[in-house]
Design a protein around this ligand. Structure first.
Ligand code: IMP
Length: 176
């Protein structure tokens, strides 16, 4: 059941706009590669990159994560790999939310094995109180408390992704 709204469409828009400005200012004339971590990144990556008026390449990676649970399995499996060659490239890894940090730690490790020039993380949301592995988020939208959220790409059992705003999800027996 949907609970309280955590971020409205307007609030998300403001955050994405600010992040796009920060990332734009960081670009150094080279053509970067934006890599979205599927599937939660879809709306964030599309809105973010549309506000960055520079040449870029876009690719996607998918790793398995939560399935139909609200707790992390603690390990990830590569489901879909990138097709762009990231060697010597500036990579911006675009993620919807950093929770325990497991997913991005593994994704960064996987990408660094391909010798990019830089890898920086752009995340819309972060739940710092849930962190098990430290993840350096260079560009962060906003920190939220330890609650399970859906909408704007974020799902619960593949539902709710298409909601334009972000809501707390109230799962029976409460998310752990
Ligand atoms: P981590 O590996 O624990 O950092 O989890 C990262 C992934 O878990 C994210 O990419 C999301 O797919 C999923 N996730 C974590 N918290 C939430 C949430 O509150 N709502 C929806 N998905 C979440």
């Amino acid at each position: 059941m949907l609970g309280l709204q955590v971020l409205s469409e307007d609030e998300i828009g403001d955050i994405v706009h600010r992040l796009a400005g920060e990332v734009s200012a960081d670009l150094e004339g080279r053509t970067p590669v934006f890599i979205g971590v599927l599937k939660g990144c879809v709306y964030f990556l599309t809105d973010l990159t549309r506000h960055i008026n520079k040449s870029m390449e876009i690719d996607f990676i998918q790793v398995s994560s939560y399935g139909a649970s609200t707790t992390s399995s603690g390990s990830v499996v590569l489901v879909k790999d990138i097709t762009v060659d990231v060697r010597d490239r500036d990579v911006y890894l675009v993620e919807d939310i950093v929770d325990t940090g497991t997913t991005l730690t593994d994704v960064v490790r996987l990408l660094e094995a391909r010798h990019p020039r830089t890898v920086q993380i752009v995340s819309l949301l972060s739940k710092p109180s849930r962190r098990q592995v430290e993840v350096p988020i260079t560009f962060l939208g906003i920190e939220i408390e330890d609650r399970f959220v859906v909408g704007y790409g974020l799902d619960y059992a593949e539902n709710y992704r298409n909601l334009p705003a972000i809501y707390e999800l109230q799962v029976e027996n409460g998310p752990s």
